[in-house]
Design a protein around this ligand. Sequence first.
Ligand SMILES: [Fe+2]
Ligand SMILES: [Fe+2]
Length: 216
Amino acid sequence: MDPIDASPLVDGLLMIHKIISRGLLVSLQKCDEYIRKQGILPEEAAGFFTYVSTLKKVTHAHHLSEDEIAFPYFKDKIEAPYNRLNEDHITISHVLDKIDKCLLDFSSDGLGKLRKVLDEFDKLWVQHIKIEEENFTAQKVHQIAGIKEQVTIAKKIGSHSSKNAGPGPLAVPFLVYNLEGKDREAFMEHFPMIVKKVIVPIIWKRQWKKMSPFLL
Ligand SMILES: [Fe+2]
Ligand SMILES: [Fe+2]
């Protein structure tokens, strides 16, 4: 995107969609691998559990912040199928609730059930973000808000999400390390240096290290 067209608010939404989409893809691929191998690799079990349950929490937090901040903000200004989007969030939350139970059973049968639930989540997710990304474009958002206001709303969304995404030492690395290159840099742009250079990669590593096989 041309920098002149960049929208902090839309970029934030696109970035989180990218993170969740990758999380889903990796979870599905890993499920397939474990099913093929007739069981989960013992050294990956705890990490896979944490990765998939963090994916669930991050998705839930993203939808809550859309329901409570982004959509109410856009509602009078940008036309979009808000009812459909809110209903999707409810439908997806029911699917997400099934994940916890699946994560308690890593037998071939249990992994098959998890695969099915993730697949259901994936199908709903792909359609859902397509509607959001078609309706909330940078061009439309620029017409209703200046950059300063967009940054303010994006920050509100960020801090709201962080309250609902589970423990920071798991949620933040999940977000950061499901992105790479320029996306990761942009995502961490407003992080304080100490968080970027020390807290996330070093101090919190003991807690998120088990997710490493699934992260970038
Ligand atoms: Fe949504
Ligand atoms: Fe979204």
